[in-house]
Design a protein around this ligand. Structure first.
Ligand code: C2E
Ligand code: MG
Ligand code: MG
Ligand code: MG
Length: 291
């Protein structure tokens, strides 16, 4: 039922069962016109290098300022777009827009790190996914080394062989592959060493509970050790406090992302942010982690 699905889904599924169909239809229509009227925006969230204090990459996160439904999280409308077969149009738009933004920031010397874009399972399984991405890079002029693709654990599990070879092609081109929301996919770990991914993103649910729950400390520490052994970098997601950051630094975590450093920002705000911390954010003199 709608209650069990949590607060994020209430917007669309609070209606009784017999109204669900027409509700979905409204959303479908709204998504359609959002695509055609260019209503989406992209917010960029910094990913910090915990050693240098520099912004190493930014994650592109889609935003839908929508009058009819109010603020709607991508966690709601992206799955709906997937279900309705609109995800590829939306994704192509995000990819191209984010690449263009990256090119502009490079040209204006505002930011020259990687731009990370989220891909969902359906897109990765498109037979022409390599051509699509290559085409956008050529069209926009973003170098492949400046692009990262974020893929969730679940996506891998759905078709490991096929997805693996597509990802290997991307890696060979110089594109980075980040495994998103790591630790939440209920998958076997045995596939991980074979995956052509270079970065693991520890899901924010483990970072959130670092103090409340000892088991999250164990999980975060274990993921960090495993990544180190596999030669992968780690980005801790959802870092909101100095203590979380200090804990992660002590455990040798290389990168972090979260409200503590910066929220997802529209381009103008990110530009200000990037200029302000050009001299690097000093992470060393912040409160020490005390467990
Ligand atoms: P994600 O890729 O795991 O993105 C991280 C989410 O965590 C973002 O939510 C971000 O705003 C949020 N976040 C960042 N720092 C913090 C923090 O310190 N605390 C907390 N509590 N949250 C933080 P957002 O922007 O609502 O996006 C949700 C999900 O929607 C994303 O999860 C991603 O799976 C999906 N998504 C967003 N944009 C796109 C897109 O362009 N394409 C696709 N396919 N999926 C997208
Ligand atoms: Mg992501
Ligand atoms: Mg994530
Ligand atoms: Mg997520």
């Amino acid at each position: 039922s709608s209650k069990r699905q949590g607060r994020n889904t209430i917007n669309f599924y609070c209606a009784e069962d017999d109204q669900k169909g027409s509700n979905s239809l409204n959303v479908l229509n709204a998504l359609h016109s959002a695509i055609h009227n260019d209503e989406f925006k992209i917010a960029y969230q910094p990913v910090m290098n915990l050693q240098s204090g520099l912004v190493e990459s930014v994650e592109a996160l889609i935003r839908w300022p929508n009058a009819q439904f109010g603020y709607t999280s991508p966690e709601i409308f992206i799955p709906l777009a997937e279900k309705f077969g609109l995800i590829c149009q939306i994704s192509d738009w995000v990819l191209e827009k984010a690449c263009l933004q990256g090119v502009e920031w490079r040209k204006n010397q505002i930011f020259d790190g990687r731009i990370a874009v989220n891909l969902c399972a359906r897109e990765l399984r498109l037979p022409n996914i390599v051509e699509r991405i290559t085409g956008v890079l050529e069209k926009t002029g973003l170098p492949p080394e400046a692009l990262a693709l974020e893929i969730t654990e679940g996506t891998m599990v759905s078709a490991p062989d096929k997805v693996g070879s597509v990802l290997q092609t991307f890696r060979n081109m110089g594109i980075s592959i980040y495994i998103d929301d790591f630790g939440t996919g209920y998958s076997s770990l045995s596939y991980l060493p074979q995956l052509p991914a270079n970065v693991l993103k520890i899901d924010k649910s483990f970072i959130e509970g670092l103090y409340q729950e000892e088991k999250n400390v164990v999980i975060a520490t274990t993921i960090l050790q495993m990544a180190q052994n596999l030669g992968m970098a780690v980005i801790a997601e959802g870092v909101e406090t100095a203590s979380q950051m200090q804990f992660l630094r002590k455990k040798g975590c290389s990168h972090a992302q979260g409200y503590y450093f910066g929220e997802p920002m529209l381009p103008a705000a990110f530009q200000d942010f990037a200029c302000q911390i050009k001299s690097t954010m000093d992470l060393s003199d912040r409160t020490d982690y005390t467990a």
